[in-house]
Design a protein around this ligand. Structure first.
Ligand SMILES: [Fe+2]
Length: 245
């Protein structure tokens, strides 16, 4: 089995700082398929659903639907699923829970799993724990988006282990394993994967020129350095199983 899954992308056109237009979205999807990734979750930033009125929210949902239709029309053999990368703070957590409960914010492929992003420069382990507990208490299962990127605030192997014990899941970026120029991020990603604390992988792809979908070197790193069973789990099996992809 060579196939992989990407659970974190900004491929939806013209809704956030990701793909500019449909042409770019389709190019990014072709890119994913060329790297053996045929299942992709669209995860626009939560602001795309929260800012502006109902018209804006509707626009974001419509754009996600259009991506699947256009990809099929272009003959790109990819399955696209809906989701959201939810920027989470102590200040906005109650509002987020309301928006999740009302359906204004989408969960990951209509499951109880959600992708939670935190500030990379502010906040503490206490803050992260508080917010993640609120998700869990409310029946949502948080997947911590690119956990390695919070190495300045709360991510250590021990802290992530503790958060997983509470019931949280962990996503890491393919790119951060081997290509990221910030050595601390690279080292942090590698230590999380080596400690088998990561559950699912994503590209966090934004555009063609800026942060394009880069999966292959990360996949290579995982296949070379991890137990085979764990590698398959984080490359596709967990995402398929938990997110029903
Ligand atoms: Fe992202």
């Amino acid at each position: 089995m060579e196939e992989i899954i990407d659970i974190h992308t900004h491929i939806t056109p013209n809704v956030d700082d990701g793909a500019r237009d449909m042409e770019m979205s389709l190019e990014m999807l072709r890119n994913e398929v060329a790297q053996d990734c045929k299942r992709v979750v669209l995860t626009p930033h939560s602001s795309a659903f929260e800012w502006g009125g109902p018209e804006n929210v509707k626009h974001t949902y419509e754009q996600m639907e259009r991506v699947q239709k256009e990809a099929a029309r272009e003959g790109i053999s990819v399955q696209v699923f809906t989701g959201c990368e939810i920027y989470t703070t102590r200040r906005n957590i109650e509002e987020i829970l309301q928006d999740l409960n009302s359906g204004r914010l989408p969960s990951m492929n209509h499951t109880r799993y959600i992708l939670a992003e935190f500030s990379t420069s502010r906040g503490t382990m206490d803050d992260a724990k508080y917010c993640l507990t609120r998700y869990l208490e409310s029946g949502w299962i948080p997947i911590i988006a690119h956990a390695e990127r919070y190495y300045r605030t709360f991510t250590t192997v021990e802290n992530i282990r503790a958060l997983k014990k509470m019931g949280c899941f962990v996503q890491a970026n393919y790119y951060d394993l081997d290509e990221e120029h910030d050595e601390e991020i690279r080292t942090c990603t590698q230590s999380l994967v080596e400690a088998e604390l990561v559950d699912m992988m994503g590209s966090d792809a934004h555009r063609i020129g800026h942060r394009p979908p880069k999966l292959m070197r990360g996949v290579g790193y995982i296949r070379e350095n991890c137990r085979e069973e764990y590698a398959e789990n984080i490359l596709w099996r967990n995402a398929e199983k938990y997110l029903k992809l």
